[in-house]
Design a binder for this molecule. Structure first.
Ligand code: TMP
Length: 253
């Protein structure tokens, strides 16, 4: 097989040059990190589950007209996506308090928020992804005013879609993080939802029991992360055969 050019290796994914210009192959690794990579582990099957779950969410978004980078899944660990310029922000939407907002503002985890709250974090691992305001985003030129309007609109549409899909399978969407990319059609820039949407980047609680079905299981040592993600995949009907989940990742260089 022809060697592919690696473009970028992140904590949970590796990006390779895609087969056509303007495309990228996104490879999902089994690596898990938390607290800005202070805590690390390899969790067998996580990459396969996140690839399938991300495909499921992005396909739904594409089908309802929310523009995303997702083109198609290539195999159990890879998907083909459209290349874009990533805006250096983590866009977090919260429906219920948990995690950093609970700590920062002293709100008990699980408290319903009066309305969805959107927060922005500047993507910089060296700084630990600090929270920033629209003022910082405008002053430092990370995104313009039209971009910000579009980001809010995309974030709320993704929130409504994900909340509904998850509620349909007995799961409460507490919060999630998305990343936004810019693509160019000639001189005209458009924003699309990029990166991944998986239990690595959401908080998901069982509606009946409040069991956590997301990366907090790893962050807080609450049991098997594969079991939690498999439960989400099973409820959504995308659970692969056990032999596929437990297959070792093949290295593609
Ligand atoms: P937080 O409560 O730690 O700020 O996280 C809010 C949401 O964003 C939660 O669903 C997890 C997700 N998230 C990421 O996807 N990546 C990150 O680096 C962080 C800190 C949070």
């Amino acid at each position: 097989m022809a060697r592919r050019k690696k473009i970028y290796e992140g904590k949970a994914k590796t990006l390779y040059e895609g087969p056509e210009p303007g495309t990228i192959v996104q490879y999902f690794k089994d690596d898990a990190t938390a607290f800005n990579a202070e805590k690390k582990a390899t969790i067998e099957g996580k990459g396969v589950l996140n690839n399938l779950l991300s495909e499921y969410f992005f396909t739904g978004l594409n089908n309802m007209g929310v523009p995303t980078h997702f083109m198609r899944r290539l195999n159990m660990r890879e998907q083909l996506v459209r290349a874009c310029e990533i805006i250096p922000l983590e866009v977090v939407v919260r429906n219920y308090a948990a995690g950093s907002i609970s700590k920062r503002l002293g709100i008990e985890e699980g408290t319903q928020l009066p309305r969805p709250i959107i927060e922005y974090y500047y993507k910089d691992d060296k700084l630990g992804d600090p929270i920033v305001s629209e003022e910082h985003i405008a002053a430092f030129g990370w995104a313009g005013q039209q971009d910000m309007d579009d980001i809010v609109s995309l974030a709320l549409r993704v929130n409504d879609f994900l909340s509904g899909v998850m509620f349909g399978v007995g799961i409460r969407l507490i919060d999630f993080k998305i990343e936004i990319g810019r693509v160019w059609d000639g001189d005209f820039a458009r924003l699309i939802v990029a990166d991944e949407i998986s239990p690595d980047s959401m908080r998901l609680w069982d509606v009946e029991t409040n069991r956590k079905l997301d990366k907090d299981v790893f962050r807080r040592d609450l049991g098997s992360l594969t079991d939690a993600y498999s439960e989400v995949a099973r409820r959504l009907g995308v659970m692969p055969k056990a032999s596929v989940v437990s297959s070792k990742p093949t290295l593609i260089n």
